[in-house]
Design a protein around this ligand. Structure first.
Ligand code: SF4
Length: 609
């Protein structure tokens, strides 16, 4: 892999490398990247992986290089403290409740000594700290170069470090935000670079869809109006007229967003013309309210710098609404998402390939994509097509693990089809039987929350092992509890299908309820399926099966994380053995030992203890 990466960097070619778990892919791309003498952006799937690269792999490599390595990391702005907000908060009361006051003290003390301003340094700050949300360096209230703290600002310093570094470690969210911004007036977030390495590259399509699309929510209006009033108060430009403008926009936004109904979920929105015919006046009121707000802000006499970001946000919301409401661009799918009290109007590119192609693959001559799960039945066509990089070189590096000896895949034959109503009851019996054989120590992974809760309720009442449920605590805390609780069982959905590492006996079994096909009624999936069909393709074969095969490989990949790990994999969906397409799944998975017989599972488990 290192040689393939080195050649790609030398020949200025795109490369896709599938490197199985345990191959050391991080070092295989970092070493040639460092030696290339080019400025390389390394993008990972998560912030955790970024930290692992920066704090573990880079120091390890440093021991073997004479020259100091020129490496830095960049994260999104909300990870950093805004010094100006902190100083303002000391003067103006803005904290609510004892928890916020306590968090504020921690942050204030830390600000005196931190060199990065990255909140990951403050381990004792709760993940969901509302004090942090009031102090972070998000762009919404930043006045940039006009800010008195600009030179000392952690964001400015992060950019300076990036300008002086040869390797910049980012995550896909930041990279895609940078690619999406390159074409607008603000320029990019990252300094210029000539090569990119995308680790966990199977996640890029989803992240790119999010960043190359658009989202407008009722919360953005609430936040803007709250910031307008607070800034007006703090900077003494408030007036009765401004209060009226704010109330008018508040009412218009509340009315407009209430028109989209109730109930959580993601739904398509294709009724734009009918909606506009009925509610044109409410839509016009909202646009007019925004125009009034920014006109008012423009007229503030001797306006302080803080007015500029407010103006920018009002205009961005106006532009986004004007894009979303007419739904005029056929390359986007327009949809709605309701979560708790939030209403999100979303537009997502149906196919990110042309966008990634023009924004990334045609602009940067060397892009290296890697992950343990990129091939489908040994073939790279799916990832090449989905991401828009048809001419890339490819390389598959096998894992060093002896999968046939380390893992047994079991597919029970007596269970009904998972689409059958009788499936849940039979599946929970089978899970119980498996958990007793493995003495817990298992992940039970689901494709839907509903099924996860149903099975958790049935099984936790019937089994003697501690059962943990996704959603009852932060992800890392649940994982920690799983690692430290003997014989624990974790019930989870997609959040735990990837990027989770539990080496050793504590995880000895992974059970998956169904083949992880994306839900075809989801608006984005539905639009992608329709587009493939309309262009003469077969969506099930070209999109749904490959996507599910990669997801299954990810899910089962949780079990074997080292050469000494051993355990049982169970798939409760026997369509894999009964339908013709099942072979594609088998051909995509490593060569696990395989059985249809539960007695083999029992024997395998006995050999584990
Ligand atoms: S430049 Fe922006 S983020 Fe930095 S301290 Fe000033 S307002 Fe905060």
């Amino acid at each position: 892999m290192a040689e393939a990466v080195e050649s790609a960097l030398e020949d200025r070619r795109h490369l896709i490398v599938e490197a199985g778990t345990g191959t050391g892919k991080t070092l295989a791309y970092l070493v040639p990247a460092i030696l290339s003498g080019r400025r390389v952006v390394v993008s990972t799937g998560t912030k955790n992986l970024q930290e692992q690269l920066y704090y573990k792999d880079v120091p390890f490599l440093q021991q073997h290089f004479e020259q100091p390595l020129s490496v830095c990391y960049m994260k999104g702005r909300s990870n950093f403290l805004c010094r100006q907000k902190l100083y303002d908060a000391e003067k103006t009361p803005m904290l609510e409740g004892l928890q916020e006051v306590a968090d504020f003290q921690i942050i204030r003390d830390w600000e005196q000594t931190t060199e990065t301003g990255d909140r990951a340094e403050i381990k004792k700050l709760p993940e969901s700290s509302s004090a942090w949300a009031k102090l972070d360096a998000r762009r919404e209230l930043c006045t940039g170069q006009k800010c008195a703290q600009y030179q000392r600002c952690f964001i400015t310093q992060m950019h300076q470090r990036a300008h002086e570094s040869d390797v910049i470690i980012v995550n896909h969210h930041l990279l895609c935000a940078d690619l999406a911004m390159k074409e607008d007036d603000f320029g990019g977030i990252l300094p210029d670079y000539t090569a990119v390495i995308l680790d966990e590259a199977h996640e890029v399509e989803a992240v790119a869809g999010e960043y190359f699309g658009l989202s407008v929510s009722n919360y953005q209006f609430t936040d803007l109006l709250r910031d307008m009033s607070a800034t007006a108060r703090r900077k003494n430009f408030g007036s009765e007229e401004l209060d009226r403008v704010i109330i008018q926009l508040q009412d218009a936004a509340a009315y407009f967003f209430s028109l989209f109904g109730e109930g959580d979920g993601r739904t398509g929105f294709r009724e734009q013309s009918a909606f506009l015919a009925e509610h044109q006046d409410k839509y016009a009121d909202l646009l007019h309210g925004l125009e009034l707000a920014w006109t008012h802000l423009e007229l503030v006499k001797d306006a302080p710098e803080e007015v500029l970001p407010l103006l920018r946000r009002a205009r961005e919301l106006h532009r986004a609404l004007e894009f979303w409401m007419p739904a005029a661009d056929p390359t986007f799918v327009y949809w709605l998402e309701r979560r708790n009290r939030g209403v999100y109007l979303q537009a997502t590119p149906i196919d990110v390939a042309p966008l990634l192609s023009s924004k990334l693959f045609e602009r940067i001559d060397t892009v290296i994509l890697t992950s343990a799960t990129l091939t489908v039945a040994g073939d790279f066509d799916f990832v090449k097509t989905r991401l828009g990089v048809p001419g890339a070189r490819t390389e598959a590096v096998a894992s060093q693990f002896q999968y046939g000896e380390q893992a047994l895949l079991y597919v029970p034959q007596h269970l009904p089809d998972p689409r059958n109503a009788a499936f849940t009851a039979s599946a929970s019996e089978e899970v119980l039987r498996l958990l007793r054989a493995t003495r817990g120590r298992a992940f039970v992974l689901f494709t839907s929350y509903q099924q996860m809760r149903l099975l958790h309720d049935r099984i936790s009442a019937a089994i003697e092992y501690p059962c943990l449920l996704q959603g009852t605590g932060p992800r890392h805390a649940l994982l920690e509890e799983f690692r430290s609780t003997p014989n624990a069982v974790l019930f989870a959905t997609s959040a735990f299908w990837q990027g989770v590492d539990v080496p050793g006996d504590q995880l000895s079994c992974v059970i998956i309820d169904k083949l992880p096909f994306t839900v075809p009624s989801d608006p984005v999936v539905e639009a992608r399926i329709r587009q493939i069909r309309e262009s003469g393709g077969e969506p099930f074969r070209e999109y749904q099966i490959p996507q599910a095969a990669i997801a299954l490989k990810q899910g089962f990949g949780r079990l074997i994380r080292s050469r000494t790990d051993r355990g049982v994999l169970a798939l409760l969906d026997n369509r894999i053995t009964r339908q013709r397409y099942g072979q594609i799944f088998f051909d995509s998975l490593p060569d696990y030992a395989f059985t249809l017989d539960f007695n083999d599972v029992k024997r395998w488990c006995e050999s584990l203890t």
